[in-house]
Design a protein around this ligand. Sequence first.
Ligand code: MN
Length: 269
Amino acid sequence: MTAPNNHEGEKRRILVAEDVEMNQYLARHMIEAWGFDVDIAGNGREALVLVQQNSYDLVLMDIQMPEMDGLEATRQIRQLTDILKATIPIVALTANALKGDRERFLAAGMNDYLPKPINESNLLRIITDNLTNLTNMITTNQDQRQNILPPKTDDADKLYNLSLVYGIAGGDESFVNRMLQLFLDTMPLTLQEMQKEAAGQNWAQVGKLAHKLKSTIDSMGISSLKDTIRQIEQNGKKGERAEQMPAQVNLVESIMQSCAAQVKKDFSL
Ligand code: MN
C-alpha cells in the first residue's frame, strides 16, 4: 500500500467531524486503510479548534452535530486569518439529502457533498477529487484482503444484517467486533434519552435523537426500523403527527433491545 504524501513528503492528514461514534469508527477505518492520518472531532466546535491547531489536507464535516453544527463550523473556518486554513477543502457528510441542501452547503463555504451512509468507493472518489496537489497514487489494500464471512446463523429471525460492516471490514475481524461493541455501548443511552424526551413531549428533540439512531440502524442493517426511524425524524423536525410518536418510539426501543440481545448472543459479547 502506498501512503499518499503531500509536497513535503509528509503523510496526508484528514479531519473527520462527526458526532456518532459508529460513523467515526467506520470513517477512520476506511480512510486509514488508504494511508492517510485521521483525526476525529465530535462536534463543530472541536473541529474548529483542531483546524486551528493542526494542518489538514481535507475536512469531512457532518452537518448535524451538537454544540456547533457543520455549517457554522465551516463558516468560521472560512473566516480564519491564516489563508491556508481558511481555504481547506471541506466536504459535507449528511444523511439529509433534501432538495436545496447542496446549495445550502456550498453557500456556507463547503466544497462538496457526500450523502450518508458512506460507501467506500464514493468516499475515496470524493477525497481524491477534493485534495489539492495529490501527486501520489492511492492504492487500497482491497486486493490483499482475505474474505471473512459472517458467522452462520439462522437468518430468518435475525433483526440485523452486517453485510455493510463486513464489506468495509475487508477481513479485519477485530473491526467487526469493535463496531458491534460500539453498537452495544452507545445505543442504550440514546434510546434512554429518546424515551425521556418522548415522555416530556419534546418532539423536536426526539427527532434529533432519531437522526442519530438512523445511521446506527443503517450501519447495523436493522431493516425493520428503516422507515419508522425516518418517520420519527421527519415528524419531530416538522412537529407533525405527535400522536404517533410514543408508539413509534416504543417500537424502536423494543426492536433495538431485541437486536442487541441477538448480537450479544451471536458474537458472545
Ligand atoms: Mn450527526
